[in-house]
Design a protein around this ligand. Structure first.
Ligand code: EPS
Length: 386
């Protein structure tokens, strides 16, 4: 069975949901596997008022018994604590008791206008509710489960912010798992203390100008089993699947693997990772410009992906727009929002990457029960070690 997930829920509706199908039975899970990442997603300097209202915690509704999966769909609910403020009118599930004014001023950069044209509506509310990055809480819940599954086989997923607006962090070529230990203590989730201060100052200044900032983050995965993904077809290549998962996150506009766009500037002799072998290390590389993937398959080095998030499109000094009811020039509408959510986007991207790897793991090793998956992984490990 394939491993899949789907989320449901509106930003100001009663709750968000994630349903995962295809997990082997017997996988142990603890609430912290999910709640720790939900809390990490809420962090970051530059977040808006909503994060003071929410305290995201998972409620598992199906698929789990005594802390272990039972092979049935796993349903997770994250209640929106802001819901009572919207339930009466704007996001009432049933006919509201009083009339609600439509939103007719689309924000440049948001799904508002394209979504309204596509669904032929006269109110942007239904579009923006589902397009909102609030939905990423449900993806992070799914990612928490995927990470617990990967951890069982020695794979650990981490992320850090390398740029916010004009401010860049020094980018070391090599990072170890332990280098990420304090990353969540930085208020912008950056590994460099000096860059943290510069980034936070840039966010503060942007807020004072009524503006927003985007940035760049990296996801690293350590302990990656070689041979995940496949060169056999384009849609099976793991790099393509990672690109889809990352570009599927709200506001992500570009993805690089390993040295990424820099590879276009290097000759072949400097672009590839030469292969070595020793009895104690097996096959190894001294560089990782491929970001851990060759031919659409993992080769055993850390997976390194980088993505860029555009600035949040809800501006408190709004850009030019058109009233869709009258076609008159107007400013876009304003809603409470964040100045910068790049630190949180790194956590969301961890979840996206983790789920793709978990899917590739299930694809390669299968198993209706976790014992069957364990046995298949063990057999493979001993084969490739030989
Ligand atoms: C978000 C919740 C939202 C926004 C933000 C992210 O809450 P609200 O709309 O109630 O303020 O803060 O959403 C967007 C950036 C967006 O474009 O919609 C969250 O939980 O991450």
């Amino acid at each position: 069975m394939n491993l899949t997930y789907r989320t449901a829920g509106e930003s100001h509706g009663p709750a968000l949901f994630a349903v995962i199908e295809g997990l082997p039975a017997g996988l142990e899970l603890a609430p912290e596997d999910i709640d720790t990442d939900l809390a990490r997603r809420q962090l970051g300097y530059g977040r808006g008022g909503r994060m003071k209202i929410e305290k995201d915690r998972v409620q598992v509704k199906t698929g789990l018994r005594h802390g272990r999966t039972i092979g049935s769909p796993l349903t997770m609910e994250i209640p929106n604590l802001d819901w009572p403020n919207w339930a009466e009118d704007r996001m009432a599930v049933w006919e509201p008791s009083s009339e609600v004014d439509p939103i007719t001023l689309p924000r440049p950069g948001h799904a508002d206008l394209a979504g309204m044209l596509k669904y032929e509506g006269d109110d942007l509310r239904p579009i923006l509710e589902r397009a909102s990055a609030r939905e990423t809480a449900a993806r992070v819940a799914a990612g928490g489960v995927a990470k617990a599954f990967l951890r069982r086989y020695g794979m650990e997923v981490r992320s850090h912010v390398v740029r916010i607006g004009p401010e860049e962090a020094p980018r070391p070529d090599v990072l170890e798992l332990a280098d990420f230990d304090g990353v969540d203590e930085s208020r912008v989730r950056c590994l460099d203390a000096d860059a943290t201060e510069r980034m936070a100052a840039a966010i503060k200044a942007a807020g004072q100008r009524h503006d927003t900032l985007g940035g760049i983050f990296e996801v690293w995965v350590f302990g990656v089993l070689p041979g995940l993904g496949s060169h056999q077809s384009g849609d099976l290549r793991l790099d393509g699947r990672l690109g889809q998962a990352l570009l599927g996150i709200q506001a992500i506009k570009g993805v690089e693997l390993g040295a990424g766009f820099e590879l276009g500037t290097l000759p072949g002799s400097e672009a590839h990772d030469e292969i070595f072998h020793s009895d104690d290390r097996g096959y190894y590389r001294r560089t990782n410009r491929s970001g851990g993937i060759e031919g659409g398959m993992t080769h055993g080095m850390p997976l390194v992906v980088r993505a860029v998030m555009k600035p949040i499109s809800t501006l408190t000094r709004p850009l030019a727009s058109v009233d869709v009811a009258t076609k008159e020039a107007q400013k876009a509408f304003k809603e409470r929002s964040d100045i910068c959510a790049v630190p949180a986007a790194g956590v969301v991207a961890e979840a996206a990457v983790a789920f793709v790897l978990a899917q590739a793991l299930v694809e390669k090793f299968g198993g209706d029960s976790i014992d069957q998956t364990d046995a298949a992984v063990e057999r493979y490990r001993s084969t490739i070690a030989g």
